[in-house]
Ligand binder design. Structure first.
Ligand SMILES: Cc1cc2nc3c(=O)[nH]c(=O)nc-3n(C[C@H](O)[C@H](O)[C@H](O)COP(=O)(O)OP(=O)(O)OC[C@H]3O[C@@H](n4cnc5c(N)ncnc54)[C@H](O)[C@@H]3O)c2cc1C
Length: 309
């Protein structure tokens, strides 16, 4: 049986630690403790970024589907492979072929040992923080990993840093997994996107903008005000947290130009759907730049064209 695994013990920790903005830190002992904590407290989403594909017949897939303990366990079939993530595996471990277990132990020694009630002896690391990075006008995007077997369920993991309003649009793409910085945990100085110029509202399309600045002196004047308000609100935020206002409330004063960072693990069919919808001229320029950056990194295969709606 051929098995492909995307991710490592560290990947789980990275996706969990992004909540604290500390996704690039490695400390084996603390990492192992964190994996234990996540499992004990059912903080499940970081486990969704580990992807497994096993070469198998559709019959085996159907057998697994029939045995699933809950409809919330998602196991897919595409291109001759059964696809699932580590969360799904943990939820339905006994349904998968026995030989998979030792392969999982090899790739994820710490997590699998903890799952088996043992103290881990090994810990698997990511090869690099990023494979490639692309800057956009409002942030950046990096590819962390990919598992390509020429199927519609090939998987990709990206790290994205973008303004809040771009993240809100992005997270509407439900088919995939996300873990994001939480301003309930962090109170470090936030970073802001300030556009180079203020685009004009389009008249023909209610939601679109034109590739031209509004008239002067308004463009310069409003941009100056935006910068001033951002600095002022940053100072207010700092003063509030220093006087012990809870971070979860103080963050309410931070405007939508604030940048956030998140991990996104997404199957090809959903990625292509994202590229189609977000490279379209109707999409907002800032997210369009990200969709184009993704297309330049991993291409577009048209897997979404098989969907009618
Ligand atoms: C230009 C533009 C403007 C937009 N404007 C608005 C707006 O004003 N307000 C607003 O709320 N949203 C808006 N959206 C968001 C849009 O409605 C979608 O939520 C978003 O594009 C994600 O698309 P999706 O559902 O195809 O992707 P995903 O959620 O990633 O889904 C991927 C695919 O999985 C399937 N799928 C996922 N969930 C379900 C489900 N529950 N039932 C059936 N099939 C499912 C579908 O085949 C879907 O194509 C806008 C999007 C764009 C591109």
């Amino acid at each position: 049986m051929k098995v492909y695994i995307m991710g490592s013990d560290q990947r789980i920790v990275r996706c969990a630690r992004v909540s604290f903005g500390k996704d690039n830190q490695v400390d084996r002992d603390r990492d192992v403790k964190l994996i234990k904590y996540l499992l004990q407290h059912r903080h499940a989403s970081p486990f969704e970024h580990i992807i497994v594909a096993i070469e198998a017949s559709q019959d085996l897939w159907l057998k697994i589907l029939k045995g699933l303990p809950s409809p919330a366990v998602q196991v897919y079939y595409s291109g001759g492979y059964i696809w699932f993530n580590l969360r799904n595996y943990i939820n339905a471990r006994e349904l998968f072929p026995e030989e998979l277990e030792s392969i999982m132990k090899n790739s994820l020694p710490a997590t699998m040992a903890i799952l088996g009630g043992k103290e881990p002896e090994d810990y698997s690391l990511d090869k690099a923080y990023l494979q490639e990075k692309v800057e956009t006008s409002s942030g950046w995007l990096g590819i962390v990993d990919k598992l390509e077997l020429e199927t519609d369920m090939d998987y990709y993991t990206f790290v994205v840093e973008c303004p809040l309003f771009v993240a809100r649009q992005w997270h509407r793409h439900r088919f995939g997994s996300y873990n994001e910085v939480s301003r309930r945990y962090v109170d470090y100085e936030p970073d802001f996107y300030i556009p180079f110029y203020l685009r004009k509202q389009a008249k023909s399309n209610k939601q679109a903008s034109l590739e031209e600045p509004i008239e002067e002196p308004w463009n310069s004047l409003f941009l100056k005000k935006v910068r001033w308000y951002v600095e002022d609100l940053k100072a207010l935020y700092r003063a509030m947290t220093e006087k012990e206002v809870a971070r979860e409330l103080a963050r309410g004063v931070l405007p939508q130009f604030m940048k956030t960072r998140f991990y996104w693990t997404v199957p090809r069919v959903s990625l292509d759907n994202f590229i189609s919808l977000r490279t379209h001229e109707g999409a907002q320029k800032e997210i369009r730049e990200f969709a184009l950056a993704i297309e330049s990194l991993v291409g577009y295969r048209g897997a979404d064209r098989k969907l009618r709606l």
